[in-house]
Design a protein around this ligand. Sequence first.
Ligand code: SF4
Length: 241
Amino acid sequence: MTAAPLDLDLESENARLESATPEQRLAFAAKTFGKDLLFTSSFGARSGVLLHLWSVVCRELPVTFIDTGFLFDETLLYRSELTARLGLDVRVVRPDLTREAFVASFGDDIQKRDPDLCCSVNKVAPIAPLREKARAWVSGLRRDQSRTRADVAILETEGHLVRVHPLATLTAADVAAYLARHGIPEHPLVARRYLSIGCAPCTRAVADGEDERAGRWAGSAKTECGLHARPTPGPLSRAGG
Ligand code: SF4
């Protein structure tokens, strides 16, 4: 396993970064971790903000996109559009099994019977080698997305990793304003009230008054795919740990 990062005092860094801008938070992560900073984007409903910030602050570093095989066609088109517009270096990772082979092995109702297994094979496993090599991981979690994300910190620890959430304090209105200010298009399904967008079999539109993420795995107790299972704040594991 890669050595743990620097002697970061997460408590004081979080206190300082709480009043910083998302761009300043991302710049801090880029300066601290350099090429050991992993950034995954789903190119989902609100991804345009962090992708734009990345293109400003970390353009030379890659963006990792997990193509599970079950994504909406609109997501793949949106990825192509934003990649070209923002000049991003997008690296696509895929599961070992194609969609067809996976469904043939596990059944075409696998997402209903065992979505955790499906996410484990198609989302979590493909990113594991990059996760292992990284020292920090940037993603776009925000506190107002759902109750399960309401306490997300800007910096959190997860084993040897520092999880970095530059957008933690932004609201959905902030996101919409940012996209408009920078002329960044929204994911095309947002107009149909898909306000959080993952794989097609596990995503529906949300009704007025529902959480942004209420359309993910609706009707089941599942709320996260496993990439962003919320870690418990605590000390960093040390080098060699
Ligand atoms: S979100 Fe649904 S289709 Fe995508 S990997 Fe998870 S269970 Fe499978």
